[in-house]
Structures are given as C-alpha cells and as structure tokens.
Design a protein around this ligand. Structure first.
Ligand code: ZN
Length: 475
C-alpha cells in the first residue's frame, strides 16, 4: 500500500494537546523512540500496556505503508537496578540479565513485534558523556559540590513545555539527584551522578568524572544515536511525561538547538482495584501470574489493546474472560470460512468487506481508535456468520474474507495462524470412526464419551447440518 493512503492519519500530540495530521520528516519512513523497561524486576501487565500500544501504533503505520525504525532502550543502570543488585549481593549485569530475558520472553508471548534496536544504557556510556560535555560547554550544565553534573533548568527557556509547568518561582540552585520526582519538585536534575558508597562497584571512570549516568540522559543519548537529532514519534506511559520526557527535551534541544520530537504520544495507566497498577501498590499481575491461572497471553494482549490508549481502564479477570471469548469468536469464524462451500452471496460479501475496511481504517487513522475498529470487525463477523448459516458463501468469497481478516489481524495480532491442512492422528481418526458408529447405533452415551476423549487430546468435534466437522484446539 502507498504512503499516500495515510493522508487522514492523525495523532493526539501531548506537546500541543491537539490531534494533528501525521507527517514524517522523511517521506514514507517513521523514526520512533519508545522508552523501554527498567530491568530491575519482572514487568507487570501495566508496563506491557505501553508496549502493546506502541506495537499497535507500529503495526498501523506499517499497514499504512510506512517503513518504521523503532528504538526501545533497556534501562540497565539507574537508582532501582543498583539498589536491587546490591540488596541481592550480585553484579549489576548478572542481576539485570534475568529481567532482560524475562522481558523478551513476554514480548514474544504477547506477539509484540520486535523493535529494530534495543540499546542498553550500560553499553552507551561514551555517548552520554559526550552529550553531557556538550551541555557543560554550552552552559546548560554545571558541576555541583558533590562532583555530580546537573542540568540548570532555568537556562532552558522552554523548560516545562511538555508537562505545562511554570518554573519561574523556583529557587535558584535547588537540586534533585534522584531519577524520579514529582512536578512540584521540578529542580535542576542530575546528568551524571558522582560515585558514592551506595553505588558500590557500579561506576565508570570518564571525562566527566567517576560515576554513572542519570536516567534521563540515557534516553536522549540513545534515541539520537540511532534516530538522529529530530525524531518523528516518541512514546511512553503518562507516568514518564514528567520529569523523564520533559528532561529529555531539555537535554536534547539544548545540545542540538533543534526540535527533539515532532509527535509525543502517551498512553494512560492501567488500573487495578481502582488504582494505578504498580509495584508499590501491590495490585499488579505479571504475564506469568495470569498464565499460571490458565489464561492465554493472546487474551491478555486483546484486553490491553482493546481500550483506547488514552483512556484509563480497570483490569479484572472478568475482563480477561471476555477477551478470551472475543478471540474464540474470531477463531471459530476463521474455521467456518475455511470449510465454507456455499451457493454465493451475490454482492453482499463484497459490500460487507468494503464497509469493514473503510470503517476499520477510518477508526484507526483517527488517533488509533481501536475500540471502534474492533466494533466494525465484530459487526462484520456477525453478518458474515449469517451468510455462513444460510450456506451463502462460495469458496472463493470465503477465501477473500479470510485474506481480509488475516490482513487486519496483521494490525491486531490476536488471531494468528489458522491451521489450513490440519492432520489428525491415527488415534483421533479411530475415535471419530467409533463415535460415528455409536451415533448410528443411537448410543449417545458412548458418542459423548468419545467426544470428551477427543477433546482431551485437543480435537474439537461439531455436528453440523453438513455432517461431522472437527478442528484442532490450539494449545
Ligand atoms: Zn526514556
């Protein structure tokens, strides 16, 4: 598909608080930076809401014909990773390796497409040091009494433009060394933290001293290294808007004199028990927690994806059950299409397909309106199922519907492969024959028992007006 089909694509830009037409710097290509996980613990599904939203964005851009270069950093040195590794008494890299591995396992299970680059903070210290040196030279940074290097926010006239805070009343020289702090505490923040005892063995000997980087400089250095001085899109959770993203702007724009990011997209929180899902509130689930309860990661993906990214929503197990049901409806529909061999629907199936494509695209073009897009999809499935019920879909029509469904699932990533030529085992074939014989003899009890036996080995039997049909249950 040509990029010109993206003419109506609009995103809500946090910087301007308005929906804006999307125009990338370079025609047909999108440079996108997404703040990645801090690998100090297992990510919970509240964290994954951001990564799934970013995956949907990426997939929609690709559907619209853009090439996408996505960079997602791994924060493997910061206050939290150092604290965790010291508490456990292990080396920092050994400590973070466990969570990096778990993160990528979850990424694969949740069917999140891989970014082009996953830079690690610990492997980009020289880039950070050179950015800090530039900020020192240009007068935006200074060395504190403790040897740390701080960013002087009063020197950057646009400070606060993303989070919309005013900093005029701030006390000159008030500083904050911690990576995370509240809006009311907007102060000069640490670019480079001079080594102290709490850092233990974690430090680098560099031109700006012995120490380690602050969290914010990591993202400025790594995003610009891989994507250039101005990015098209920068994403992240709303909790990163301040101070993290505000500080990224201050660092990058002061260093380059250029606009850092054209479109800022932020996703809202996932709630649990009415509060933000967070480690500190003890109200979180990891993907593993949910898989141990028997849930398929696809259902988790569906649930996290189905609500518009700028809306908060409350996670519940009931919601997850509903998501599971929605995926089953779609999967069963795909199986019915595979077996369709009807009389033909005239123009009806074509018209339904055109309507689906139009409504789905219009919804997604409008700031990723996924709820409306899914509503259009389920309307279509209902009407196409009606055609199938009346045996009105020809084989070719059903194939066209299948290929449209597959194309849209390339955006959603929730159905996946439907087995085309599934093969039954000898055991299953034998059972099906025996069940047929039992049915002919009207021995319903045996027939039901065999159905259960088949189910136990993953073969689902349906008695339809066209005879017995079977399919393999995905495991
Ligand atoms: Zn970041």
């Amino acid at each position: 598909m040509k990029a010109s089909s993206a003419e109506n694509l609009r995103f809500f830009n946090t910087l301007t608080r308005t929906k804006e037409k999307f125009v990338p710097i370079e025609e047909g290509n999108v440079k996108m930076y997404t703040c990645g996980p801090t690998v100090y613990d297992y990510s919970h599904i509240g964290n994954f809401r951001a990564f799934i939203f970013e995956d949907l964005l990426r997939r929609w851009l690709e559907y619209r014909g853009f090439g996408v270069t996505q960079v997602m950093n791994l924060t493997d040195v910061d206050d939290k990773t150092i604290k965790g590794s010291r508490e456990e008494g292990v080396q920092l890299n050994e400590y973070t390796a466990r969570y990096v591995k778990a993160f990528f396992e979850d990424v694969a299970r949740l069917n999140i497409q891989k970014a082009e680059h996953y830079p690690r903070a610990t492997e980009h210290i020289p880039e950070m040091v050179s950015l800090i040196k530039k900020l020192l030279e240009k007068g935006y940074a200074y060395r504190g009494k403790d040897g740390s290097v701080y960013y002087e926010i009063s020197k950057f006239k646009d400070y606060g433009k993303l989070a919309r805070i005013k900093v005029e009343e701030l006390k000159a020289g008030a500083r904050v060394k911690a990576d995370e702090y509240a809006k009311e505490e907007a102060h000069d923040f640490a670019l480079w933290k001079a080594w102290d005892e709490e850092d233990g063995p974690v430090f680098w000997e560099t031109e700006v001293g012995k120490g380690r980087p602050g969290w914010h400089i990591e993202c400025s250095a790594m995003s610009m290294k891989y994507l250039g001085e101005t990015l098209d899109i920068h994403c992240g959770g709303i909790d990163n808007l301040f101070p993290h993203h505000e500080n990224e702007i201050a660092q990058s724009e002061a260093a380059t004199g250029k606009k850092f990011v054209n479109y800022w997209l932020h996703n809202e929180w996932l709630l649990s028990e009415g509060k933000r899902m967070a480690k500190s509130f003890h109200n979180y689930y990891t993907l593993n927690d949910l898989m141990k309860k028997g849930y398929d990661p696809k259902a988790v993906r569906y649930l996290l994806l189905a609500t518009h990214y700028r809306q908060q929503f409350n996670f519940t197990l009931e919601g997850l059950e509903a998501a599971k049901g929605a995926i089953e409806r779609l999967t069963n529909f795909m199986y019915r299409l595979r077996d369709a061999d009807g009389k033909g629907s005239g123009e009806t199936s074509k018209q339904l397909m055109e309507r689906l494509e139009k409504n789905f695209s219009e919804a997604m073009d409008d700031d990723l309106g996924v709820s409306e897009a899914l509503a259009a999809l389920f309307d279509f499935v209902r009407e196409a199922n009606n055609l199938l019920d009346s045996n009105l879909l020809r084989k070719e029509e059903a194939q066209q519907v299948q290929s449209l469904m597959t194309r849209l699932d390339g955006v959603l990533g929730i159905i996946g492969e439907v087995q085309k030529e599934a093969k039954l085992s000898k055991e299953a074939e034998g059972l099906i024959t025996r069940r047929e014989e039992a049915r002919k003899a009207k021995d319903w009890k045996t027939a039901d028992q065999i159905r259960e036996q088949l189910k136990a080995i993953g073969v689902i039997i349906e008695d339809t007006s066209q005879g017995v049909k079977w399919r393999l249950e995905k495991r």
